[in-house]
Design a protein around this ligand. Sequence first.
Ligand code: ASP
Length: 350
Amino acid sequence: MKRTIMILLLIGTTLVAFKNASDPPLRTSNPDKTYVLAIHGGAGTILRSNMTPEMEKAYKDALTLALQKGYEQIKNGKSSLDAVEQAIHVMEDSPLFNAGKGAVFTNDGKNELDASIMNGKTLEAGAVAGVTTIKNPISAARAVMEKSEHVMMVGKGAELFAKQAGIEIVDPSYFWTKMRWDALQKIKKEDSTKVQLDHDQKQSQRLGIVNKDSKFGTVGCVALDKNGNLAAGTSTGGMTNKKFGRVGDSPIIGAGTYANNATVAVSCTGWGEYYIRNVAAYTVSALMEYKQEPVKIASQIVIDNIGKMGGDGGLIALDKSGNLAMPFNTEGMYRGMVTADGQIEIYIYK
Ligand code: ASP
């Protein structure tokens, strides 16, 4: 008897040790929990060694506030669309993220913002791209969805429409921040050195794109409300030094954002061209719908495919049962989630 107990104890200890040793890096949430809201604040070369305690606290505070605002909507019985819009507002109003106030600069020193939102219940969607005067592009995207017969509006037309819809308009100078301006100057300097390289070197340099840190930083949110309705939204300034007029994946339904009550709500962040070419957000849904893949596997397949093509970034995906996946292939991704009973979790690094 004593011997049996000893053996059982030994097996138990080994199993615990094995679990600790093989625990995967915390990229996804606890599979036993039901989540109702998740956000990301961009992926990139986010290393603990580059972060001061003050910066880390500032990011965590901003993510917490966004999660609280979004969760408040869900708790009060509001729609997942309201939760997505409110959570994204907080991040758009913070200079820390590459969306709204903290948007990055184009090659010619302007801020051109993109955003999209999708209703998983009706499959209605709205988006704006290349806007320069809309304080909260996510609200303009929602107005396109709810107050027009269109899905996507760009540039001056989108700005006029937003103004008529009563959405706050600001002077383009509102989006000027020193951090983003300095990032543009740095990348331009690095790019001018690259011109000296011969074609092959140029190609490899391009694939190893410099300073991903300051290139990325988009924000996104996925939510599941009390009526079982999913919604997803994404908002961005794009990528630092992008060519004037360039549009990334964030405002493209199916690439940067997708929501369908039958499957999942998805918001992506990363090197947009790869997300467009992989139809990333919709592919997560399609893998779930047509191949019955669970959200975690479907999301990982998409990120792996993007990685194989040379792209990087991550995504957040919340399924209709409250299972959450947050895979990324960069050093870090600002991310956070709330369970149905209001517990908040926040992660930054791998
Ligand atoms: N996906 C965005 C874009 O390419 C950038 C990002 O996620 O940070 O515009």
